[in-house]
Design a protein around this ligand. Structure first.
Ligand SMILES: C[S@@+](CC[C@H](N)C(=O)[O-])C[C@H]1O[C@@H](n2cnc3c(N)ncnc32)[C@H](O)[C@@H]1O
Length: 382
């Protein structure tokens, strides 16, 4: 089935891998940029932990916190510290052990995350240099069960719910109106394709909340934010600043290589990114799907918000192209599973870098990183 020019009959769900390590272009370095989005969730999460959370009756039972789709880096550790500090403000938690579970796909760079953990001291004044909480890594997909029943007390998931658990089958079926010809994703696709994406997204959301309902104990808190849409109409418009979406540069690169005969038309038609931003009403529907295990404390839509406190700075187009090429590392396993040889993937990466360089002026005008629309929520397990 595999061909060196990247044509495959079907595309299995790829292995995501956020660029590992801590160097330039790693997810770890990039995650500092998402500093601002955390502040959208923190006040309402803090309120729910302080005033809505019911700690287990036994005063010695540890408190378990989980971060689903944790990746690595400052966001992950910042949220763990935020949750621990908030929990410790409660008199019924202050003397208990707290365990932070970092959950992600097996392809996540857990080793880097473990190295980033501050040393465990068991006690202290809560400064970032020390860790008063226990930690572990949990590999698996959050579209299935990852923890024992009723074992979690606080959980978050940030910037993860737009990753689908699988690609819609119809977008790969040439006889289907949803066949995604000439596109690499949902954005800008035909209404039939976009709806096929949205349907899988809705199924995934249902699975996600069903599994978390099993795992989070009654009185527990689940907070999240994700890239999102205002409502379920027009999923082909994924709502971000037009022109600044990196996926469009991937599509452009692919088309150029097809026109040059390096890749086949079919390889482009069969390659699809498993990403779709859920809308706020789709999220609500999944959360409230019977038996409706969660009470919604907050569920907000925030339109086109800059992701970082200050714009990301690049010296010039070349620096931007280089940065994006490193970030492209994320895509390599997907291209490999699509049948592209390492040489072809290198060529793709180089052309992608050039295209990013060319689009530097547009991206700069839109502001780095791009403005994205978000859904933010805090739920309490009934
Ligand atoms: C954009 S990163 C967000 C990381 C981190 N939560 C943050 O806010 O910086 C998305 C993460 O979701 C993870 N992910 C995607 N699909 C997943 C799944 N089905 N189960 C668990 N993790 C998943 C990816 O591996 C990646 O680490």
């Amino acid at each position: 089935m595999e061909q060196s020019n990247g044509s495959t009959a079907t595309q299995a769900i790829p292995t995501w891998s956020s660029p590992g390590g801590e160097g330039e272009g790693s997810y770890s370095s990039l995650s500092k940029l998402w500093s601002r989005v955390g502040s959208m969730l923190e006040p309402s999460l803090k309120h729910a932990i302080l005033h809505r959370f019911s700690a287990p009756q036994s005063g010695t039972e540890p408190i378990h916190y989980a971060d689903f789709g944790c990746a690595v880096g400052a966001n992950t550790l910042g949220f763990a510290k935020f949750v621990v500090d908030t929990l410790k403000m409660r008199p019924d938690v202050i003397d208990r052990d707290i365990v932070c579970h970092f959950a992600d796909l097996p392809s996540n760079d857990f080793n880097t995350l473990f190295k980033q953990l501050p040393p465990f001291t068991g006690q202290g004044d809560g400064s970032v240099e020390e860790r008063t909480w226990f930690a572990d890594g949990v590999p698996g997909t959050h579209y299935g069960r990852m923890f024992p029943r009723s074992s979690l007390h606080v959980a978050i998931t940030t910037l993860t719910l737009h990753y689908l658990f699988e690609l819609p089958k119809s977008i790969l079926d040439k006889s289907s109106p949803a066949y995604n010809k000439g596109k690499v994703g949902c954005h800008g696709s035909s209404p039939a394709t976009a709806e096929a994406y949205a349907k899988v997204s809705r199924q995934g959301l249902r699975k996600f909340f069903e599994c978390r309902a099993e795992e989070i104990a009654s009185g527990g808190v689940l907070g999240f934010y994700c890239l999102g849409r205002r409502d379920r109409a027009h999923p082909e418009n994924q709502l971000f600043d037009e022109g600044s979406y990196y996926v469009l540069d991937i599509e452009k690169t692919w088309k150029e290589l097809v026109n040059e005969g390096v890749l086949t038309d079919e390889s482009l038609d069969d390659f699809n990114l498993p990403l779709c931003h859920p809308s706020i009403d789709e999220l609500q529907e999944a959360i409230e799907h019977p038996p409706s295990a969660f009470r919604i404390e907050k569920l907000d839509f925030i339109e086109k918000r800059p992701l970082a406190d200050k714009p990301m700075e690049f010296d010039d187009a070349e620096a931007y192209g280089k940065f994006m090429a490193v970030m492209f590392g994320n895509m390599r396993p997907m291209l490999a599973s699509h049948g592209l040889s390492p040489e072809l993937t290198d060529k793709f990466e180089e052309r992608y870098r050039q295209n990013c360089e060319k689009s530097y002026a547009v991206k700069k005008a839109a502001g780095f990183p791009m403005n994205m629309s978000m859904c933010v929520a805090v739920l309490v397990r009934k």
